[in-house]
Design a protein around this ligand. Structure first.
Ligand SMILES: Cc1cc2nc3c(=O)[nH]c(=O)nc-3n(C[C@H](O)[C@H](O)[C@H](O)COP(=O)(O)OP(=O)(O)OC[C@H]3O[C@@H](n4cnc5c(N)ncnc54)[C@H](O)[C@@H]3O)c2cc1C
Length: 310
């Protein structure tokens, strides 16, 4: 069976499992930076059972796949990719409250999880409100802001691998550190996240969430497409401060530009291509290293030539 037939079989199965399936999907529609070519098939996964069935077929037919959440930390090459996408988003997004625990499906948006916690007077996620990703994506990257990381509130994480084997990790087994987790390396798919929060006061939690949102709006160029911070924080410095210090605000390549509002963001001013962003990143890395001695590393996951480079 050739690849096109295999993809048709997988798409048929997805539809039978009531998952939405889209042929020749544009990745620019699935990423917050609005850049990326196409994939032959994108499936919105709706449950663990559907995912398990799809993984079986994917294995049988030897199709390459990638999992995404809300696409807010991804930079795809703008070519025709040959892998298919399993997207964990609003169709796989249940959030259940069990005392001080929140049980979340991976596609739940982090902001929705924060809202549920606030309504139930559960504290611990306030600083993360406003990060525009799924909880699965947040765990994968150990997302964090304002001194808080998702790892601070993880009780356990359950995954499934490409062979259909499931595993539950304690927080310690997730090997979290700054923008790091075991999942970046083992490529398992996160299917369930259990958070452990603490009792607080709903109105205080809500007002803290609002104040963090206001800080984001004031400091970040949220009016432009981006993938968030373009670079990780190097040890002993802040990427945005180094870029600013080197006078790089406003530097652009094609449609990609260092935000005038926040030097740590590369924004898509309209028609930025993958090559524009990559070339701008390389320029920034070169200049910052030359002028400050710090070597910056990209924060978004760069997907090019069917391989993942972090
Ligand atoms: C305006 C803006 C502000 C941001 N602010 C912050 C911030 O303050 N702090 C911060 O840390 N980040 C920030 N980000 C980056 C981003 O929102 C986070 O990294 C977020 O957690 C990514 O989640 P996602 O669902 O969008 O993941 P995606 O971008 O879809 O995927 C990212 C990676 O996670 C993997 N992945 C996603 N879901 C799963 C899953 N279920 N199982 C296994 N792997 C999975 C993907 O394969 C991919 O490698 C910001 C981004 C933007 C655009």
């Amino acid at each position: 069976m050739d690849m096109t037939e295999a993809i048709n079989v997988i798409a048929d199965a997805a539809v039978r499992l009531s998952c939405k399936a889209l042929f020749n999907a544009k990745l620019s529609d699935c990423t917050t930076i609005k850049i990326g070519g196409t994939v032959p098939l994108l499936i919105n996964v709706n449950s663990v059972d559907s995912l398990t069935c799809l993984l079986k077929l994917i294995k049988i037919y030897g199709v390459t796949f990638m999992v995404i959440g809300n696409g807010s930390n991804l930079l795809f090459d703008d070519k025709e990719h040959s892998f298919i996408i399993l997207r964990m988003n609003g169709d796989f997004a249940e959030i259940k409250v069990n005392g001080e625990f929140l049980d979340c499906a991976p596609g739940a948006m982090l902001s929705s999880v924060c809202r549920v916690a606030a309504r139930r007077s559960l504290s611990g996620l306030e600083q993360l409100f406003g990060i525009p990703g799924s909880i699965g994506g947040a765990v994968f990257m150990n997302a964090g802001a304002y001194g808080r990381e998702i790892s601070d509130v993880i009780d356990s994480v359950t995954t499934i691998n490409a062979d259909g084997v499931t595993k539950t990790y304690s927080a310690a087994e997730c090997l979290f550190s700054y923008r790091e987790s075991v999942f970046i390396h083992n490529r398992e798919i996160i299917t369930h996240i259990r958070l452990k929060l603490t009792r607080g006061k709903s109105d205080i939690i809500k007002s803290q969430m609002e104040s963090y949102t206001a800080r984001r709006k004031e400091k970040q160029p949220l009016e432009f497409p981006s993938a968030g911070s373009a670079f990780k924080r190097p040890k002993g410095a802040y990427a945005s401060a180094l870029i600013d210090e080197c006078g790089l605000k406003g530097l652009s390549v094609g449609g990609a530009m260092v935000s005038e509002k926040h030097a740590g963001f590369i924004i898509n001013t309209g028609n930025a291509t993958f090559a524009d962003v990559l070339s701008l990143m390389k320029k920034i890395i070169g200049i910052v290293e030359l002028q400050t001695g710090f070597k910056l590393e990209p924060e978004p996951i760069i997907v090019s030539d069917n391989i993942l480079k972090i």
